[in-house]
Design a protein around this ligand. Structure first.
Ligand code: ZN
Length: 137
């Protein structure tokens, strides 16, 4: 024999690793302990957290210093995501997101390549603060 055996989590009988059912008490997955399951969940949650940070992470901070030339190459939904994050950070009510998005698109498409996003968003915000809404052409 010589095969390594693990104690069943329920009855303590020696069970071959990977056995689906304990031959002694019949419990399912006798060699998988609660600790294993928790460890697995923790690893899973951390992995999902890291992945979502990488994939869904169009946060405004990441783009504040990015040049308009590069912002222009992003998809509309990526730009909207960045704008959404900008509004939250700047404490601007979500109801103005349409106006701000118009302003942002306008700036991104009409201003110089080398300007940063934070620069033009600053202009949109200044317009917004003086006129109650961002101005767009
Ligand atoms: Zn058992």
């Amino acid at each position: 024999m010589g095969e390594k055996r693990i104690a069943c989590k329920k009855c303590g009988a020696q069970v071959a690793p990977g056995e689906k059912k304990c031959p002694s008490c019949g419990v399912e997955n006798p060699t998988i302990t609660r600790k294993d399951v928790i460890g697995f969940l923790v690893v899973g949650i951390i992995t999902v957290g890291l992945l979502s940070q990488c994939i869904g992470g169009s946060s405004y901070d990441d783009y504040a210093d990015v040049k308009l030339k590069e912002i222009r190459e992003l998809t509309g939904s990526e730009q909207k995501e960045i704008l959404g994050d900008y509004l939250v950070q700047s404490d601007i009510n979500e109801e103005y997101s349409y106006e701000f998005f118009r302003c942002m698109s306008d700036m991104v498409n009409s201003k110089a390549d080398a300007l940063s996003l934070s620069k033009v968003m600053g202009w949109c915000k200044t317009e917004f603060e003086s006129n109650g809404k961002p101005r767009f052409n």
